[in-house]
Design a protein around this ligand. Structure first.
Ligand code: HQG
Length: 181
């Protein structure tokens, strides 16, 4: 696990690469990539200097593999979780038959009425296992897990994408495909 100093850096990178690159005057390209040299330069200029070694350790060792390096190693983007509009250009993929979504009990009535919506993010996030979904849900309060009939959704024409870190993404989940566990 990362030491607290690097957890803080990971959260800062999530803010910049998922939500508010303008905080340090950075612009992401259409696919969400930041030029690493520019990221380091602008973070330093904004009073949040990042050591290259620390960046490399956060990319390699953060618990959810949140950040993806480009093949040439020059650019970095968040694997998922964006609120800022980006086209990740992930290929549509057939998901496992069943996926899971963890949420807080207080959202349950609304979700069962109107389905899962991406809220502030670009996609609804789904997990392959119940334990991960419970962790995700507990970030919001008392956790509850919903099973998602991904096979039926795909048969109905919904598309699924898998982020580089394994998280499954889809635009929304209509209520008929949800079942509380
Ligand atoms: C809920 C973390 C009411 C939804 C995790 C969730 C994930 C509704 C909340 C990633 C609703 C949005 C994403 C509806 C959905 N009515 N509430 N119709 N539809 N909701 O944080 O899935 O650690 O945007 O259930 O691991 O919790 O940041 O989504 O509770 O992969 O890297 O609205 O963030 O990754 O919350 O988490 P979020 P999420 P990181």
């Amino acid at each position: 696990p990362l030491p607290p100093r690097l957890v803080k850096l990971s959260k800062f990178l999530s803010l910049i690469l998922r939500h508010q690159p303008e905080t340090i005057g950075l612009t992401l390209d259409a696919q969400g990539w930041a030029d690493i040299a520019e990221l380091l330069h602008k973070a330093a200029a904004a009073g949040r200097p990042i050591e290259r070694e620390d960046l490399d350790q956060v990319i390699a060792d953060n618990d959810k593999k949140r950040f993806t390096l480009s093949a040439d190693g020059l650019r970095l983007r968040a694997a998922q979780g964006h609120s800022t509009p980006v086209q990740l250009d992930l290929p549509a993929r057939t998901p496992p038959q069943r996926l899971y979504h963890g949420t807080a009990t207080r959202f349950l009535d609304a979700i069962l009425a109107e389905g899962l919506k991406p809220q502030a993010r670009q996609h609804v996030h789904l997990s392959t296992d119940i334990a991960t979904a419970l962790d995700v849900g507990s970030r919001h309060g008392r956790a509850v897990v919903l099973g998602v009939d991904a096979a039926a959704m795909e048969a109905a024409g919904c598309r699924f994408f898998q982020a580089d870190n394994g998280v499954w993404l889809t635009a929304a989940v209509p209520a008929q495909f949800l079942r509380p566990l």
